[in-house]
Design a protein around this ligand. Sequence first.
Ligand SMILES: C[S@@+](CC[C@H](N)C(=O)[O-])C[C@H]1O[C@@H](n2cnc3c(N)ncnc32)[C@H](O)[C@@H]1O
Length: 235
Amino acid sequence: MTGVAAVLAEELRTWLGQWVADDTPLKRVLTAQRWAVRAYFEARYLVPDPWRLRTSPYELQRAADTLEFLEGRRYRRALEVGCGEGTFTVQLLGLCDRVVAVDFSRGALRRARRRLAGEPRVELRALDVVCEDPGGGFDLVVCAELFYYMSRAQLEAVARRVVRWLNLGGDLCLVHGTSSHDAAPEFSGEGRGREMGARQIHGLFCRMAELALVRDRLLPRYRLTLLRRRGDPNG
Ligand SMILES: C[S@@+](CC[C@H](N)C(=O)[O-])C[C@H]1O[C@@H](n2cnc3c(N)ncnc32)[C@H](O)[C@@H]1O
């Protein structure tokens, strides 16, 4: 009986894992609600390292490219939005004196806390950036693989707030996939809000008057963009 239950549990886990990994229309309907978006991510974090950030050659390369992209400036206080289990947070510490790392998934943050235990330079916070602010005073904000699960209106509102989290002269680093979603047509209105990739997301930030483009790197599967908040930090 225990064996049957174990098999059934494993089947269920596999089915759930596949379902949450697929970009199905049903999933997109469910994730239109805030609670459902959070539940979706909590479900993904039932399995450790759901995006295989620590093992997939693609993800390891993406992290290495991001670090290289950021090289050349030492940051005093950085914000990582959507830090997950803290995998990239650890690497970001090499470029920053202090990092505030936020995520709305409690499951992910539990693992991040374990990973970063004893690291006094990192502060982990549970926060949904669609409706909460992490405060300001950052000279780097990193948003990687983050903005897909927002409507166009939410993305525009969050983008306006992200800029205010940055100090004048502070940098915003964006990293998003170019593969599947960029094949979709450009947004023509609220209804198309969920078909988002780097073209739409990075394009929106690049058009903001408060931000100046520092560098932009388009790779076959993802795009890296570094923008700087305009204004004289000493002015
Ligand atoms: C696809 S994972 C990317 C993780 C990491 N940033 C990376 O690039 O590998 C997206 C992460 O963002 C978090 N997330 C998504 N929307 C969020 C929001 N509105 N506020 C805070 N965290 C969010 C998820 O819980 C998840 O950990």
